[in-house]
Design a protein around this ligand. Structure first.
Ligand code: FE
Ligand code: CA
Length: 518
C-alpha cells in the first residue's frame, strides 16, 4: 500500500527522478496489461503514451486492486529498448479506471520511438509512435491513416490488422464510433432463420461509467485493434456512439421508438459517464480530461509547413437535429438562423487556424459536409437529406465552407457514413474544397462494391465523384503539390483474416479544389 506522501511524490515524478520507494513488486492473478498500449496526439517533441491496468477487463473495476498503482514507463530510440531516452513513473488512479496517460516530452522531431510499461513483475507489449516534424520545417511528404466506426458485433477487425502493417504511417485520425453503445437483437435472414451478429456484445446498453469501462474492455481485448493502436499514434476524436446514437449537445435522440424523450439533465449524466470512460481509454493529453462532464476535444496538429490537421468536435456544441432527425426531406428548421454544429467558439477557433503558409489545411471531423440528395430511387418525389450531418444545418455549413473559401488547399476528412465517398464542397456551384468520407472498420457488416441505389445518388449529385460500400480504412499520401487518398477495402468482415486491397486512389492538386481518379 502506498502512503499519501508516496502518492503525492509519485504524481510529481518527472522523467529523471523515479523514487525507488514506489517500486511495488505486485504480481497479479492475470496479466495486468490485457488491454494493450497506445500512443496519441504527437508533437515535435513527444506524444502521449497510454495503458490501463486491467487484469480482468470485463470484471467490475477491471480486476485491479482498489488503490493507486505505480506504473513505470520507458521510451526508447530502438525497438529492442537498447537506448532508453526517457523514463518515469505514473500513477494509475482507481478514479480513472487505472488508466495511465503520460505526456512524453524532450524527444527528437520526426522519428519513431518505442515505448512500454512495467508494473511489478509484469511488462506490457511495446508500442511505437512517431514524433511530428518541427513547425518551421518543410517536409516533402506525410503519410497517415483514417479509420473509425467499429461496431464489434458487425465483424472482425481485420482492417485494423492491415492498418497496423501499413508502413510509414505518421498517425491515424480516428473519426469516432470507437464503441457502439447497444447490443443488436437477432435478425432473421432471407429464409426467415435466425441471423445472429458476427460477434456479441457482453452488455446490452450502457449507462454508468463502469458499463462503459467494461464495454471498452471488450473492444480492446481484440488483438487486431491492439495491433493498430500499438503500431501508430492516434489522433482520436469521438462521434455519437461513444455516448448514444445521434446525441448532440445535451439533447438525446429518443432512445427507442415509443420511449419518452430523455430529459436533458438526465442525459447529461450518461454523457458524463461516457466521456469519462472515453478519456480513460484514449491516448489523449490531460487537457482533454473531462471537467464538469465536458471534454474540449477540438485541437490542432502541425506537420511542419506541409499540413495542419484540425480535429473538430461536431457533437458537443450542436443544436438538436432538425425535422426530427433521420433521412428525410428538408423542413424549415434546416435553414434555422440559430442552428449550430461547431458552436461559435469552435467556429472562431477553426477559422483562425486556417493558414496560407501551409501547403494543406486538413479538416478532420465526423459527419458528412456535402449536402447530398440521398434518394435511392428516382421516383421519390422530394430530395432526402441526412439530417444528422452538416446537410441538416444550412447556416453552419455555409459558414464552414465560407471559412475555407479563399484557401485553395482544404481537404475535409469524414466518417460516420459507413461507406466511402469522395466529392466537392461547393459555394454556389464553385468548388471550394474536397471531402473524403472514409468507410467503417466493421459497421454495417459485409458490404458490396455499390449499395443499391448508388447510381441514383451519383446521378443526382454531380459534385460526388466516388462511392463504395466496402469496409476498410483510408490512407493519405500528402506531398507538397499533390494529395492522394487511398480507399483500402476488404471483401468481407464476417470472416477473419481476409486480404486488403486498394479500391481507388484519388488525387488532389494543390491550389485546385478538384478530384482526379487515379
Ligand atoms: Fe458509425
Ligand atoms: Ca456516427
Amino acid at each position: 500500500m502506498l502512503t499519501r506522501r508516496q502518492i503525492v511524490a509519485g504524481a510529481a515524478v518527472t522523467a529523471l527522478a523515479a523514487p525507488a520507494v514506489l517500486r511495488a513488486q505486485s504480481w497479479f492473478q492475470d496479466y495486468p496489461f490485457a488491454l494493450g498500449v497506445a500512443a496519441g496526439d504527437p508533437a515535435p517533441d513527444g506524444f502521449v503514451i497510454w495503458t490501463k491496468i486491467a487484469p480482468d477487463p470485463m470484471a467490475l473495476g477491471g480486476g485491479a486492486p482498489l488503490s493507486p498503482l505505480p506504473v513505470q514507463w520507458e521510451v526508447a530510440s530502438d525497438d529492442r529498448f537498447g537506448t532508453i531516452v526517457q523514463k518515469g513513473e505514473a500513477i494509475a488512479w482507481p478514479q480513472l479506471g487505472h488508466s495511465v496517460h503520460v505526456e512524453v516530452t524532450g524527444l527528437t522531431p520526426n522519428r519513431p520511438y518505442w515505448y512500454r510499461f512495467n508494473l511489478g513483475r509484469d511488462r506490457s507489449m511495446r508500442g511505437r509512435a512517431w514524433t511530428l516534424p518541427v513547425a518551421g520545417s518543410s517536409p516533402d511528404k506525410l503519410r497517415f491513416g483514417v479509420a473509425g466506426c467499429q461496431h464489434y458485433e458487425d465483424g472482425f477487425y481485420t482492417a485494423y490488422r492491415h492498418l497496423a502493417e501499413e508502413q510509414d504511417i505518421a498517425f491515424v485520425f480516428h473519426y469516432g464510433d470507437f464503441i457502439y453503445e447497444y447490443r443488436q437483437d437477432y435478425e432473421t435472414d432471407k429464409h426467415g432463420l435466425p441471423a445472429p451478429p458476427v460477434r456479441r456484445h457482453a452488455l446490452r446498453e450502457l449507462y454508468s461509467v463502469d458499463d462503459y469501462r467494461r464495454h471498452y474492455g471488450q473492444y480492446l481485448l481484440d488483438m487486431d485493434l491492439q495491433a493498430a493502436r500499438s503500431a501508430h499514434a492516434f489522433l482520436q476524436s469521438f462521434d455519437d456512439h461513444e455516448v448514444h446514437n445521434d446525441w448532440v449537445g445535451n439533447a438525446d435522440w429518443q432512445q427507442y421508438p415509443g420511449d419518452p424523450i430523455v430529459p436533458p439533465e438526465i442525459f447529461a449524466l450518461r454523457r458524463q459517464a461516457a466521456m469519462q470512460a472515453w478519456y480513460e481509454h484514449m491516448p489523449v493529453r490531460g487537457a482533454l480530461l473531462p471537467r464538469h462532464g465536458d471534454i474540449v476535444m477540438q485541437r490542432r496538429f502541425q506537420v511542419g509547413d506541409l499540413a495542419t490537421i484540425n480535429v473538430l468536435d461536431t457533437r458537443s456544441y450542436r443544436s438538436d437535429q432538425p425535422c426530427g432527425d433521420g433521412f428525410k426531406p428538408r423542413c424549415a428548421e434546416v435553414g434555422s438562423p440559430d442552428a449550430q454544429v461547431m458552436g461559435k467558439a469552435q467556429e472562431d477557433w477553426f477559422a483562425k487556424g486556417l493558414s496560407r503558409s501551409v501547403r494543406w489545411n486538413c479538416v478532420a471531423q465526423q459527419v458528412m459536409v456535402m449536402p447530398l440528395d440521398r434518394r435511392r430511387v428516382q421516383s421519390e418525389p422530394e430530395k432526402i437529406l441526412n439530417l444528422d450531418s452538416w446537410a441538416g444545418y444550412d447556416g453552419p455549413r455555409e459558414r464552414l465552407i465560407g471559412a475555407m473559401k479563399g484557401f485553395d488547399n482544404c481537404v475535409v476528412l469524414t466518417g460516420d457514413e459507413h461507406q466511402n465517398f469522395a466529392g466537392l464542397l461547393l459555394d454556389k456551384d464553385k468548388p471550394v474544397a474536397v471531402e473524403f468520407v472514409s468507410t467503417s472498420i466493421t459497421s454495417g457488416g459485409d458490404g458490396s462494391d455499390l449499395r443499391p441505389g448508388s447510381d441514383v445518388i451519383l446521378a443526382n449529385n454531380p459534385q460526388l465523384k466516388f462511392v463504395n460500400d466496402q469496409r476498410g480504412y483510408v490512407t493519405c499520401d500528402v506531398g507538397r503539390d499533390e494529395w492522394r487518398t487511398n480507399f483500402m477495402v476488404l471483401d468481407k468482415v464476417s470472416v477473419p483474416g481476409l486480404p486488403i486491397s486498394k479500391r481507388q486512389t484519388i488525387s488532389v492538386a494543390r491550389g485546385e479544389p478538384g478530384l482526379a481518379l487515379v
